[in-house]
Write a protein that binds this ligand. Structure first.
Ligand code: SF4
Length: 475
């Protein structure tokens, strides 16, 4: 198995991914021997060495968003030098199936949830049966391209095996973070336009309810297994955005979890679905930290562009309730969104000042292929046409006349610090206009710190309380 990741690190370790972990467990349960290697760039020598070492019979590639280039190079290399069958699954082929299937050397792509089709495909090939008709797979066959409909969604998630973690070198993750990521559901009822959930909901239409939840008992069984295997776990991270979106399930979960696991945890909350009862249940269960997507202080961007159906008032109330309950908070902000201007950036800073989160996490808007947000920026002619390296290097992928990409980049570099020190933000912007050395301003001396890849990050340590490796994910 190869995991293709969008990362600025040249050498990457496998990143735990629930869907891939479950697929690995299913395959291992059927007697397949698996190895996993992660790549963020095309490294033919490294890939060749790994293939020679493990002599696989088949390569399954899990391709992340913004990892199409590295996937294409790897598949072409395998086809030219090793003639091994290659299946590509994950977010990339799910969002852009035609493009993924057209890569020379791809035998098939797995769309959506891979455990429902990849094992069937592998079995059929091994027994010499026809594999071309496997639901959920598109295949390049001697007779041309075969595009199968998706398989019905697995409704009882409790029937799936627990995700494999050994392949991801999970002991290292636990040693480093003292935490473990757990997924409680699949799918999300929301329709944020920057998220692939929308597309998944559409392609699975008619295949059964998209949002499915594990039983609290099943989740606690997995937690028991994790804690017995990794003794250093001190906190859990529930990675799903839909974690607290079903009040009835949350009430059951809080009761069972508090009685069985009772470990402090981080979860994701959507501010439009949080009230006093939600926070009470979270407190009863032992929630220590909540990650909430603020995204923008502009109602227009948040609701008209991103369809988040979330008001300022709901965001403010959520942070107030969490603070009163003693739950630590992280506000997630997005910079450089479509229609962002200096005014909307100021609105986002002002909103952060009002909600006063304990931590902030700022991301640069990136139009994810297959999303409505990407369609919008394409229609507006704002896509810069940069390669995927730009995403990895935190370069703005869009250029808007009202807020050019270089200004977006400068705002992004400063945003986290400013969100934490809103009153000093005006002064800092002034300092940033005073050069002290080529490419360095007075502001850099005080606030920003150089990091190895040359980017500048905010000095405020509170800004990195939640990291991507915590895996609070969508959907
Ligand atoms: S997973 Fe998150 S970003 Fe995606 S639709 Fe749901 S709430 Fe929105």
């Amino acid at each position: 198995m190869l995991q293709m990741l969008a990362s600025s690190d040249e050498q990457v370790r496998p990143r735990f991914n629930q869907w891939l972990g479950v697929l690995a467990s299913v395959l291992a349960g059927e007697g397949h021997e698996l190895r996993l290697r992660a790549f963020s760039r095309y490294q033919s020598g490294h890939l060749h060495d790994e293939i020679c070492r493990f002599l696989p019979q088949l390569i399954y590639i899990d391709a992340d968003r913004f990892a199409a280039d590295v996937t294409r190079h790897a598949v072409e290399f395998v086809g030219r030098n090793h003639a091994l069958p290659v299946i590509v699954g994950g977010a990339y082929p799910t969002a852009q199936p035609d493009q993924a299937l057209s890569i020379p050397g791809v035998l098939a792509i797995a769309i959506g949830e891979p455990e429902s089709c990849v094992p069937r495909f592998i079995d059929a090939r091994a027994t010499g049966d026809s594999f071309e008709q496997t639901p959920g797979l598109w295949a390049n066959t001697g007779a041309g391209v075969v595009k199968n409909d998706l398989a019905s969604l697995t409704q009882s998630l409790d029937l799936l095996p627990f995700a494999d973690r050994e392949l991801f070198d999970y002991a290292t993750h636990v040693t480093r973070t003292h935490s473990a990521q757990v997924s409680v559901c699949r799918g999300c009822p929301n329709r944020c336009s920057y998220c692939l959930n929308d597309w998944l909901t559409e392609i699975y239409l008619g295949k059964g309810p998209w949002v499915r939840r594990r039983s609290p008992a099943n989740i606690c069984d997995e937690i028991d297994t994790l804690c017995s295997r990794y003794e250093q776990i001190e906190r859990l991270v529930f990675v799903d955005h839909a974690f607290a979106l079903d009040a009835e399930w949350l009430a059951q979960f809080a009761r069972v979890y508090a009685g069985r696991a009772g470990m402090p945890f981080t979860c994701h909350l959507r501010a439009n679905a949080v009230d006093a009862d939600t926070v009470r249940l979270l407190t009863d269960a032992g929630c220590a930290h909540a990650v909430v997507e603020v995204i923008s202080g502009s109602d227009f961007i948040r609701n008209e562009i991103f369809d988040m159906d979330t008001t300022d008032r709901q965001i403010e109330r959520t942070f107030r309730l969490l603070e009163a309950a003693g739950i630590s908070t992280t506000a997630v902000n997005l910079v450089g969104s479509p229609y962002e201007t200096a005014v909307t950036v100021e609105q986002t800073l002002t909103l952060n000042e009002r909600i006063d989160p304990k931590h902030t996490m700022t991301r640069l808007f990136a139009p994810l292929p297959g999303t409505r947000a990407e369609e919008l920026v394409q229609e507006c002619g704002w896509l810069r046409g940069l390669g995927e390296h730009a995403f990895r290097d935190n370069e703005p992928l869009i250029h808007m006349p009202a807020l050019p990409s270089d200004e977006v980049r400068a705002i992004f570099d400063q945003f986290n610090w400013q969100a934490r020190h809103p009153r000093a933000a005006g002064l800092m912007r002034l300092l940033d206009r005073i050069p002290v050395a080529p490419g360095r301003s007075l502001y850099d001396l005080f606030v920003r710190q150089p990091v190895p890849n040359g980017r500048l990050l905010p000095a405020d340590p509170r800004a990195i309380a939640v990291t991507e490796s915590d895996g609070v994910i969508a959907p």
